[in-house]
Write a protein of this length. Structure first.
Length: 79
């Protein structure tokens, strides 16, 4: 089972920030570290960590940590 802490670590790795800085309210371009390039890094990190392939339509809707959590539920990653 994947936990909230595990997701925070994956996101933190993608953005190069501390896991404790990850909240549900964190949004795309809400911090300098979450730009278009790091967004693609996030997609890659999520796919690697959870063994999934994220569809392009979903990549475009991942505008916040809360949306990432919703997306992972869609791909049957249990939080």
């Amino acid at each position: 089972m994947h936990t909230q802490q595990n997701l925070q670590e994956v996101i933190a790795k993608a953005f190069g920030i501390a896991p404790t800085d990850i909240t549900d309210e964190l949004e795309y371009q809400g911090i300098p570290e979450w730009d278009s390039v790091s967004h693609l890094v996030l997609v890659t990190e999520l796919e690697t960590a959870y063994g999934i392939t994220i569809e392009m339509e979903d990549v475009l809707t991942m505008g916040s940590v809360a949306k990432v959590k919703e997306l992972l539920k869609k791909y049957n990653v249990i939080m």
